[in-house]
Design a protein around this ligand. Structure first.
Ligand SMILES: [Zn+2]
Length: 96
């Protein structure tokens, strides 16, 4: 009778082992899918960042910023916006 109990316990243990193995394999497969998805996303974002850095390298940011702000007053060097017809510091007439 002792041998029968050992066989039953062995069968139960082997069933539990296969269930655990199946779960581990299943989760591993999910992880690979997730990992490949994350890899795809990472490649996508890295590509975007590389494009961004290439764009910022091509376009000199400082010059663009100063162009948007306006121009320097020829008399006092004060920054004057394009909307202003007169320098607010030295009152030099910039445009007619
Ligand atoms: Zn001025």
């Amino acid at each position: 009778m002792g041998a029968l109990i050992i066989i039953v316990i062995w069968i139960i243990i082997s069933i539990v082992f296969f269930v655990i193995l199946y779960t581990v394999i299943q989760s591993a497969m999910d992880n690979t899918k997730m990992a490949s998805n994350i890899q795809e996303l990472r490649d996508h974002f890295v590509g975007l960042k590389q494009e961004e850095s290439l764009l910022s390298k091509d376009g000199p940011i400082v010059e663009v910023g100063s162009n948007e702000e306006g121009e320097d007053c020829p008399a006092c060097g004060n920054k004057v916006t394009l909307n202003e017809f007169m320098c607010p510091v030295c009152e030099l007439k910039l445009r007619d």
